[in-house]
Design a protein around this ligand. Structure first.
Ligand SMILES: *[C@@H]1O[C@H](CO)[C@@H](O)[C@H](O)[C@H]1NC(C)=O
Ligand SMILES: *[C@@H]1O[C@H](CO)[C@@H](O)[C@H](O)[C@H]1NC(C)=O
Ligand SMILES: *[C@@H]1O[C@H](CO)[C@@H](O)[C@H](O)[C@H]1NC(C)=O
Ligand SMILES: *[C@@H]1O[C@H](CO)[C@@H](O)[C@H](O)[C@H]1NC(C)=O
Ligand SMILES: *[C@@H]1O[C@H](CO)[C@@H](O)[C@H](O)[C@H]1NC(C)=O
Ligand SMILES: *[C@@H]1O[C@H](CO)[C@@H](O)[C@H](O)[C@H]1NC(C)=O
Length: 938
């Protein structure tokens, strides 16, 4: 993992040797051209050397992992790379600093008279040192560290080792016996059924799930029972670094074992093509059962069988995999996805392994509680349960012993050799990750166990950390989302929720994965998770660069004030303790800081000195009490994200437009907590120079003004835009500007007051990228007419997933028009309609999942026909004060995941209880209480 650190240092040097920095250096140090040239030369050589070392390390054999000599060497490399990164940062700061006056306080330290040349010389010296040290270390490697599978012949050796190891693991998995298959009975039956089927086109079956869930065990079980029903059969372990020829050879050898030796050709001198032909002959003439265990890439099938599997006799190919893409190889009705065991099944399995000799596998009652805790740590992963069960079986079954096992379980998961294979199975997944994904993966483990991670936030952090590079025409955000998807596909992150149109929204790390990753983080000094009782902070002799604070306490001040090399601080705890001083401490002590995420802390002032954090890329003070930012913010030229959402911000400094790398700007003050008022938020205005922020992808929210609206069109990268106070007279210009934004996906527009009309006909065609639209204010009547941009053929509207209308105060029922938006998954109305009746006809809104109707003052009736909104999952009706009857046909929507009637009268509640939905599950709040939180379930 030192690889990741090296990669970051290399990237940094690339920036220092990039055009921007070179131009700055040349203009600033006109008189010192030779020094600058020399310095650049050194950096170039260091970069080359680092890249070589990176290459060497990433091909390194995993067996060296626990060799002390090797680890020390890697540790030295890592520290050196960190040092280089710091120095190059100093250099970047020096050359990019605009003014000679107002020198950064840091560079001043140690010099009696601030002098650019002195600083330059100091940096040059330090770079020279680094270069020499690097050479020295590279040579030291040859003297001290003779590694297994040395760099000369690494891939071969290392991959052999991985193959060997995965064979070993597979044999353990296969040996999980009948009794270990609790909870898979259903799966086993399904599998047997499929194996007995003779459907020729259903030849591929996939078993899919994360490491340790028992895919191999299930396959092995079926293989043992069913193989005799096939004319020939083979079990082949694929693993990631498979060699196609070896696999084919192995396959043919196994298959021919069961077949009378007729002229099956001569295996010893066959090439890959020959093997393939041979395999085809098998599948043409025989009914074969082939198990491909642990497949990592969908190409494998093609490599083995060619594009078309010639299946004439009903052969079956059973594939086990951790990868989603591979599972897709089978038809949907031939895939089994393995899930963790439920609590009861976990118990059963554990007791059977730990107490095999006791009657009914029962244990002493006083152990129950401890066992409960131990079993819950395994989170339903059979392999973990069996391993720990076996451990308990071997030891004294006393309370003390079990408590010891429990207390040390985390540690044991990592260190106990008899548990090693659980960890190894998971570790294997890690080894196979590319370097960039390794960093991304470890990053997730800095958060607490079971912490819910959000896609957008995580992606912004990854980018600010420098883990992500732009690739071709994809933005960094898109690349990062791909990484995230990949980690989910590899079952290393668990998907928890998607948004209503299917994009990943939240996810977490599986506990056992988390344990593994935490250990790796510690070894690699990747980062520190700080909480009250489990402090992993050991900064005395280490230089961790990332700190995620789970729990704030008084000592945190002390800790931060001596952690000078910190580059990221993320706080997850917004309790009051000392939290407002954190910002100041960081600003005063951590000069290289690049990520500051202090969301929810009661911070009210931002110190001037924040402008000295030249490296800062991410500054989040979401929900804070900050009203103003200091002028010095304009010096933060590397800033990518500035987040003051839901804070008390009133105004941004004018210099904000100098931050031309800014990608996400959130600044909004919430004035009405309940979001019922027309203007429940205020944005910020950027009167001049907005057109210079050309990298902006999110701008939420801007108070629309004549000039800023005119130049919005320059922001071609815009993805998410929220505008407040849009005057009717500005609409035309606004539409022109919006049409320039070819990537726009979220748009929210609020009129300047309740009676102003939003005239958005000019937004034609609606950008095809637009997925979410929120309009607040009276709508021009043409907006729902036939000519409306919403409903134009082949553009715009059909891609809308979410539509929210606020205060449109329509007189006519908007549903007949809106029902033409076939892909709509979310629809919200607040004061959108003044009529008395809403009707949902059959086949309308086929994909709608969420419907919310709020504050429709005259609405008396709602009719829902059978076959309308067939996908609806959530329905909320709020403050429909004229509603006289229970929505007609609401039973056609049942059952819903969530149904609520909010702010209703007691009379209406009675109606509900008497109605047909009386027996189903729904929620309500009463109007008089005026207490939104006190939900009552009926
Ligand atoms: C570690 O590597 C050194 C030198 O390559 C070797 O002599 C030593 O035996 C190795 N130690 C272990 C525990 O493998
Ligand atoms: C891989 O190792 C084997 C012996 O273990 C050797 O015969 C072969 O040449 C090596 N292949 C490569 C590509 O180094
Ligand atoms: C297979 O090929 C090997 C090497 O070419 C040869 O020695 C052997 O006799 C052949 N076997 C048969 C059955 O043809
Ligand atoms: C915007 O950029 C242009 C060209 O780089 C520059 O001349 C202008 O001063 C900038 N505007 C502001 C307000 O900074
Ligand atoms: C929207 O729906 C149409 C028809 O149902 C479909 O062809 C199209 O692919 C959908 N568009 C998106 C972006 O889902
Ligand atoms: C509920 O709707 C009525 C109009 O029907 C409105 O006067 C009232 O303010 C609404 N309640 C809330 C809490 O907004």
């Amino acid at each position: 993992m030192a690889e990741a650190v090296i990669l970051l240092a290399v990237k940094k040097i690339c920036v220092a040797l990039g055009n921007e920095a070179i131009n700055q250096a040349t203009s600033k140090f006109k008189k010192f051209v030779s020094q600058i040239t020399e310095l650049q030369g050194s950096m170039g050589r260091i970069k080359r050397e680092l890249r070589l070392i990176h290459q060497f390390l990433s091909r390194m054999d995993v067996r060296n992992r626990n060799n002390e000599t090797y680890e020390i060497w890697v540790e030295e490399i890592r520290m050196l790379a960190h040092g280089i990164e710091d120095t190059v940062d100093d250099y970047l700061q020096l050359v990019s600093h605009k003014h000679d006056t107002g020198w950064s306080t840091y560079l001043k330290k140690g010099f009696t008279r601030p002098n650019i040349l002195l600083s330059l010389n100091r940096i040059a010296l330090s770079i020279k040192d680094a270069e020499a040290n690097l050479m020295h270390l590279f040579q030291a490697k040859d003297r001290w560290v003779s590694m297994v599978g040395d760099g000369n012949n690494p891939s071969n050796d290392s991959s052999n080792y991985i193959v060997e190891r995965s064979q070993h693991l597979a044999s353990i998995s296969r040996s999980l016996g009948e009794e270990d298959l609790v909870g898979v009975n259903q799966n086993r039956e399904t599998l047997e059924e499929w194996l007995a089927d003779d459907l020729l086109e259903r030849s591929v079956i996939t078993l899919h799930g994360m490491g340790g869930l028992g895919k191999t065990a299930l396959a092995a079980n079926a293989y043992m029972r069913e193989k005799e029903k096939f004319q020939c059969h083979a079990w082949v372990l694929i693993s990631q670094s498979y060699c196609i020829k070896d696999v084919l050879k192995c396959l043919i050898t196994e298959l021919s074992r069961n077949v009378k030796k007729t002229n099956w050709g001569n295996i010893t001198d066959m090439d890959t093509g020959g093997f393939r032909e041979e395999l085809k002959r098998f599948l043409k003439l025989q009914k074969c059962l082939i198990v491909l265990d642990d497949v990592w890439a969908p190409e494998v099938i093609n490599d083995l069988f060619g594009a078309h599997v010639p299946n004439l006799k009903g052969s079956i190919i059973l594939v086990t995999t951790r990868i989603d893409d591979v599972a897709q190889l089978a038809f949907p009705d031939r895939r089994i996805t393995l899930e963790p065991l439920c609590e009861k099944e976990s118990w059963e399995l554990f007791c059977r392994t730990a107490f095999p000799r006791e009657t009914n596998h029962e244990c002493n009652a006083e152990l129950l509680h401890l066992i409960d805790q131990i079993v819950s740590k395994c989170k339903g992963v059979p392999l973990a349960i069996v391993s720990i069960g076996r451990l308990v079986f071997m030891r004294d079954k006393t309370k003390e012993e079990l408590r010891r096992i429990h207390d040390q379980l985390d540690w044991e998961l990592i260190n106990n050799p008899s548990l090693e294979h659980v960890r190894n199975i998971l570790y294997l997944s890690y080894i196979y990750l590319p370097t960039q994904l390794k960093s991304c993966f470890l990053y997730c483990s800095l958060f607490p166990e079971d912490h819910l991670l959000k896609r957008k936030a995580l992606i912004r952090w990854w980018i600010a950390e420098g883990f992500i590079s732009k690739r071709g025409r994809s933005t960094m955000e898109e690349v990062a989302e791909g990484y995230l998807q990949e980690l989910v596909n590899r079952n290393m992150l668990q998907l928890i929720d998607r948004n209503s149109f299917g994009r990943i929204k939240s996810f977490r790390m599986h506990d056992i994965m988390h344990e593994l990753a935490v250990d790796l983080c510690r070894r690699e000094c990747f980062g520190v998770a700080y909480d009250e009782d489990n402090r992993r902070w050991e900064h005395e002799d280490r230089d961790e660069r990332r700190l995620v604070v789970h729990k704030l306490n008084k000592d945190i001040d002390q800790e931060i004030s001596c952690a000078h090399s910190l580059r990221s601080v993320i706080t997850l705890d917004n309790s009051m303790i000392s939290s407002s001083s954190i910002l100041r401490l960081v600003v005063d002590n951590c000069r290289y800081m690049s990520i500051l995420e202090l969301s929810g802390l009661p911070i009210s002032t931002v110190p001037d000195a924040i402008g000295d954090l030249f490296n800062l890329r991410h500054l989040c003070l979401r929900g804070s009490n900050v009203k103003f930012l200091p002028k010095s913010i304009e010096k933060l030229t590397n800033l990518l994200t500035l987040d003051l959402f839901r804070s008390s911000i009133l105004e941004l400094p004018r210099g904000i437009v100098k931050l031309t790398k800014l990608r996400h700007l959130f600044a909004e003050k919430q004035t009405d907590r309940h979001r019922r008022l027309f203007r429940w938020c205020t944005g910020v205005s950027i009167p001049r120079g907005l057109e210079n922020l050309t990298s902006l992808q999110s701008l939420q929210a801007l108070e629309a003004q004549d000039e800023s609206v005119r130049c919005l069109g320059e922001l071609r990268q815009m993805r998410g835009l929220r505008l407040w106070k849009v005057k009717a007279s500005l609409c035309e210009h606004l539409c022109e500007s919006l049409l320039q934004m070819k990537c726009l996906s979220y748009l929210s527009i609020t009129a300047s007051d309740e009676d102003d009309v939003l005239q958005l006909d000019g937004l034609n065609p609606l950008p095809p990228s637009l997925h979410k639209l929120r309009l607040s204010g009276r709508l021009a009547h043409t907006m729902l007419g036939a000519e409306s941009p919403l409903f134009q053929e082949d553009a715009g509207g059909q891609n809308l997933y979410s539509l929210r209308l606020f205060w449109s105060q329509l007189k006519e029922d908007p549903l007949p028009s809106l029902s033409r938006l076939l892909n709509l998954t979310e629809l919200h109305f607040t004061r959108a309609y003044n009529g008395e009746k809403l009707v949902f006809l059959t086949r309308w809104f086929p994909k709608l999942k969420v419907l919310r109707l709020r504050d429709l003052p005259n609405l008396k009736r709602m009719d829902i026909q059978q076959g309308a909104m067939v996908s609806l999952e959530r329905l909320r009706l709020i403050n429909l004060s004229s509603m006289e009857e229970v929505p007609l046909g609401i039973e056609f929507l049942m059952p819903l995941k969530y149904l609520s009637f909010e702010e209703i009268t007691v009379d209406f509640l009675l109606l509900l209880r008497q109605s047909r939905i009386g027996g189903m599950r729904w929620w309500h709040t009463l109007r008089e209480e005026n207490d939104m939180e006190a939900g009552v379930r009926t």
